[in-house]
Design a protein around this ligand. Structure first.
Ligand code: ATP
Ligand code: MG
Length: 180
């Protein structure tokens, strides 16, 4: 199973990201991510056996994360892969801490693949021939996140689909749980 850990935006934010993606698609071309696929990848685990997926899901469900806020106010791209994204510096430090914490736990379970660097971003377009530039609407969104999800990526001829397998506990749901 192809797995990753991610934050998934709430529906209202997904719709706003969809509007940005539409505007970006008009300017940059490429393939627009569907609204229900927007996410922030915190850890890409690659191909893992089903037993490992269960183990990671159980581990994730046992703790809650420190809720955070990420300001999305910047367009960016990875030219080589034609990826157009939005991100922002305000709140990035907390995301880095969260990513580090998750990888510590994963490595404790014997998962390898921690990347040398982590650049938080939400992909809106893939294989875009033109970079973002003037004329795009201001990206000005706030993401209040409360939980991390374990997601299975299923590859099909029409593109990848994501299925959420497990998630951390939302702190308000269980105030007695430790934060890790
Ligand atoms: P597709 O590959 O079919 O275009 P996708 O990239 O959305 O679709 P996956 O390749 O399964 O689907 O990736 C799931 C998530 O993990 C995405 O956010 C992707 O950017 C990220 N990801 C994929 N491969 C890696 C990798 N080698 N290192 C870090 N992150 C990765
Ligand atoms: Mg991919």
């Amino acid at each position: 199973m192809r797995l990753f850990l991610a934050l998934v935006p709430p529906p209202a934010l997904r719709r706003r990201l969809g509007e940005l993606a539409d505007a970006a698609r008009t300017r940059c071309g490429g393939r627009r991510m569907p609204d229900d696929s927007f996410h922030l990848t915190l850890a890409f685990l690659g191909e893992q056996p089903e037993t490992r997926a269960t183990e990671i899901g159980d581990w994730l469900a046992r703790f809650s994360i420190l809720p955070g806020q990420w300001r999305l106010d910047r367009w960016g791209c990875f030219r080589r892969r034609g990826i157009v994204w939005v991100g922002g510096a305000e709140g990035e430090a907390a995301l880095r801490d969260l990513q580090g914490q998750l990888w510590e736990g994963l490595e404790g379970m014997g998962v390898s693949g921690r990347p040398a660097r982590f650049a938080p971003h939400i992909t809106l377009l893939r294989r875009a021939p033109r970079p973002p530039g003037p004329g795009l609407p201001d990206a000005s969104l706030t993401w209040d996140y409360t939980r991390v999800e374990l997601i299975q990526s299923v590859t099909t001829p029409g593109g990848s689909h994501y299925a959420s397998l497990a998630r951390t506990t939302i702190p308000e749901e269980s105030p007695c749980l430790p934060s890790r």
